[in-house]
Design a protein around this ligand. Structure first.
Ligand code: KPL
Length: 297
């Protein structure tokens, strides 16, 4: 049966997931800012094999009640809480909300602030590039995972069909993605390089130091991740998305706010809480904050 999945966050990843759902004959609904009007928009996706997929997708303002079987949140980390506010005003509390943004912090805050809602979280490592407002290129095949935060019941099968793997314990996966983002995103933003260029031997010492610090912080948080494992994940994602400009590099280049607070900032904050050193992550936090001139949590 066709499932309606609302997608909050019309960036490259939100559009990629919408087109994947379409391909599996489901009905994505893109939720837009409250002041916008409902309309149908033609979207285009260039797939990894070079083929072009086109689809007309419905867009609706996020403050108007809609029928949907789940909401996928693909906003930037610092936008998730404010973007969800109008949605939470009409969404039945039992409808699953899946938080897919980079970084950590908003997931825990939202689940605590709105305990009546059905919270799930996930991560994906696909690379995607927005070419124009409604035109996206899939630039790297990734892995996709999701699982309950405080959520109960079942998620629509449509999510499995588009490649999400269910995990009973999602927190280790969120840390895994955090680790990848904490190594790749700030360095690519600072050096202005692609993900693939970061995998070259010249950057290995810096990546190793970031991995060492992160493994110690994760351990203190009860998450088992070896530094060598973190480095290996980072290198494999960097290679799988080698031509990609990370989302943080794109944000810095476009002079938009970055997710540095929810990525390096979160690592630094957790390190401080455990009395651990995270100087390399602190250095990245400072450098990217200076580059973008504006960060938000
Ligand atoms: O998540 C990403 C990002 O750019 O934010 C990766 C996986 C690093 C792909 O570029």
């Amino acid at each position: 049966m066709a499932t309606t999945l609302a997608i909050l966050g019309g960036g490259a990843i939100g559009q990629l997931l919408a087109m994947d759902l379409c391909q599996h004959r489901h009905s994505p609904l893109l939720l837009t800012r409250p002041e916008t009007t409902a309309r149908i928009i033609q979207h285009q996706l260039q797939r990894l094999d070079g083929s072009i997929q086109q689809a007309s997708l419905p867009h609706a303002p996020s403050n108007q009640p809609q029928h949907c079987d789940a909401v996928l949140v693909t906003t930037k980390a610092y936008q998730a809480e404010s973007a969800l506010t109008p949605v939470l005003a009409w969404l039945p509390p039992s409808t699953p909300i899946v938080l897919l943004h980079n970084g950590m912090g908003p997931q825990q805050r939202l689940a605590q602030r709105f305990p009546e809602h059905n919270w799930w979280a996930g991560m994906l490592t696909d690379g995607a590039l927005k070419l124009e407002s409604h035109s996206v290129r899939h630039t790297g095949q990734g892995v996709r995972y999701l699982g309950p935060l405080s959520g109960q019941g079942q998620l629509p099968d449509a999510l499995t069909e588009i490649g999400f793997i269910s995990e009973a314990a999602i927190l280790p996966r969120l840390w895994q993605k955090l680790a990848v983002n904490a190594l790749i995103n700030p360095l690519t933003a600072c050096y202005g390089c692609t993900n693939g260029e970061l995998a070259r031997p010249g950057h290995r010492a810096e990546l190793q130091r970031l991995s060492d610090e992160l493994a110690a912080v994760a351990k203190a948080e009860g998450i088992a991740m070896e530094a060598e494992q973190i480095l290996a994940w980072c290198l494999s994602v960097a290679e799988a998305t080698c031509s990609n400009r990370s989302s943080m590099l794109q944000d810095v280049s476009a002079k938009r706010p970055t997710e540095i607070d929810a990525i390096s900032g979160f690592v630094v904050e957790r390190a401080r809480a455990h009395g651990l050193c995270a100087d390399a992550h602190r250095h990245n936090l400072d450098r990217v904050s200076q580059l973008s001139g504006c960060t938000k949590t």
